[in-house]
Design a protein. Structure first.
Length: 106
């Protein structure tokens, strides 16, 4: 399972590669990676960014939790769905109160 924000990040990265391609070979490879990512992501279930997640996100910002916007949105989604976040980015996500984290790199 993943979050809709994680899906956005994957597509954004692949689309950026397509836009930056400066040769036929690079463009062919970028589109192939986009296709493979699309196939992979289609098989995943994704947690939604809900109004509750947005409220948590805004509360965290208002009290000064300073991690990347996308990471904070992911944390808010996981909290809103009462989930556990599997990540290796403990440094940032440990700043989010109440977020249950599992280090998947172990």
């Amino acid at each position: 399972m993943t979050t809709v924000v994680s899906i956005e990040e994957q597509y954004s990265g692949r689309l950026a590669q397509v836009r930056k391609a400066n040769s036929t070979a690079a463009l062919v490879e970028a589109y192939e990676k986009l296709k493979r990512a699309s196939i992979f992501l289609a098989d995943l279930s994704a947690l939604d960014y809900t109004a509750g997640a947005d409220q948590l996100f805004r509360e965290f910002r208002s009290v000064g939790i300073r991690i990347g916007t996308q990471d904070l949105r992911i944390a808010a989604i996981v909290l809103a769905h009462d989930g556990i976040l599997a990540t290796r980015n403990l440094r940032d996500f440990e700043k989010v109160p109440g977020l249950r984290i599992q280090d998947w790199s172990l």
